[in-house]
Design a protein around this ligand. Structure first.
Ligand code: PBG
Length: 324
């Protein structure tokens, strides 16, 4: 057989394949999400996220040092607030002495170069489990933005490198940027969850923080998974309002969105490989139906190939170990 072109030439050996690989993962790509709880010596394995833990601050600091030693440069913090601190205003969110604020300080103190990103949304602090303030059964936009601004300033004051608003209220990126400027936090970045979909894949996360919505769902603020143009609109608006990094979330069911957003903005794009995506791989591996290590590397590589410059993933530590 005469063939002008034989595509298999570039696939014939591991050396050639690695020479022509277009997408290569490294520790620099990952953001490790961490769940933090009050107390001491607490390490709680999240039932729907086997192998992933919610820890008190002492254990979190040990984990941070390990992540840093593996080459992971960034963590994204979430805290679990006790029920007695929850109300409809979410005011614990901007308590300068709250668990989040103490955690930021302790982490920056222990490993100053670790890039600390913080979740900004009211759900862990809301008695309704919603990301915003509730009035007559409605999640009200503008009062919520004011609360998110207070929360962001409090995180910046504690030393956060990036605030990461995950609430999907309108206008919050601009309002947070303006407040950071006015208060001289000119080095604090904003990683905007710009295209965050109302997704069933957040289920295990809500277990981890006990933060499920008390009524209804999040569809009046998080995006409809049927939509594509809306994601581009959200990303472009957040870019104009002053975001430094644009996020798409979840990741694997939204690879098309990651690519389109990447092509639409002139900013780094991150993707959040969320709790349900972690749980699916863990569950299939436990059943013996998938090879976990291979599934992790294929998933993360596909997310990067789609256009993500950064990936927030519960597999960050595992992936770095697999890569080395
Ligand atoms: C809260 C928040 C959620 C996640 C990140 N920030 C849950 C939600 O919106 O209900 C989900 C992360 C994950 O599932 O891993 N605003």
């Amino acid at each position: 057989m005469y063939l002008q072109r034989r595509n298999r030439i570039l696939r014939q050996s591991p050396s050639i394949r690695s020479m022509v690989a277009e997408t290569v993962l490294s520790a620099n790509d990952f953001i490790a999400p961490l769940f933090i709880d009050e107390g001491k010596n607490i390490e709680f394995e999240i039932p729907s996220m086997p192998g992933y833990y919610r820890r008190s601050l002492d254990g979190t600091l040990i984990e941070i040092k390990e992540l840093w030693s593996l080459g992971i440069k960034s963590v994204l913090l979430f805290i679990k607030a006790p029920d007695e601190l929850k109300d409809n205003t979410g005011k614990e969110a901007w308590n300068d002495d709250g668990l989040m604020q103490r955690s930021i300080k302790a982490i920056k103190n222990a490993v100053p170069e670790m890039v600390v990103m913080t979740d900004v949304a009211l759900d862990p602090y809301s008695s309704f489990g919603h990301d915003g303030i509730v009035e007559n059964g409605e999640i009200v936009n503008d009062p919520t933005v004011e609360a998110l601004v207070r929360m962001s300033l409090s995180h910046a004051k504690a030393g956060a490198d990036f605030v990461a608003p995950s609430d999907m209220m309108d206008g919050r990126i601009g309002a947070i940027r303006e407040a950071l400027e006015q208060n001289n936090f000119t080095k604090t970045g904003i990683m905007a969850y710009s295209a965050k979909y109302a997704s069933c894949f957040y289920g295990p996360f809500r277990d981890a923080l006990d933060s499920s919505p008390g009524f209804g769902d999040k569809k009046t603020y998080q995006m409809d998974y049927a939509n594509r143009l809306e994601a581009i609109k959200e990303a472009e608006i957040d870019e104009d309002e002053g975001a430094d990094i644009i996020m798409v979330k979840p990741a694997m069911a939204y690879l098309d969105i990651i690519r389109e957003v990447k092509n639409s903005v002139s900013l780094p794009v991150s993707a959040y490989h969320v709790s349900g995506e972690y749980a699916m791989i863990k569950a299939a591996a436990k059943m013996g139906w998938l090879n976990e290590d291979k599934a992790v590397l294929e998933s993360l590589t596909s997310i990067k190939r789609a256009g993500a410059d950064l990936i927030a993933t519960y597999f960050a530590k595992d992936a770095v170990k697999l890569l080395s």
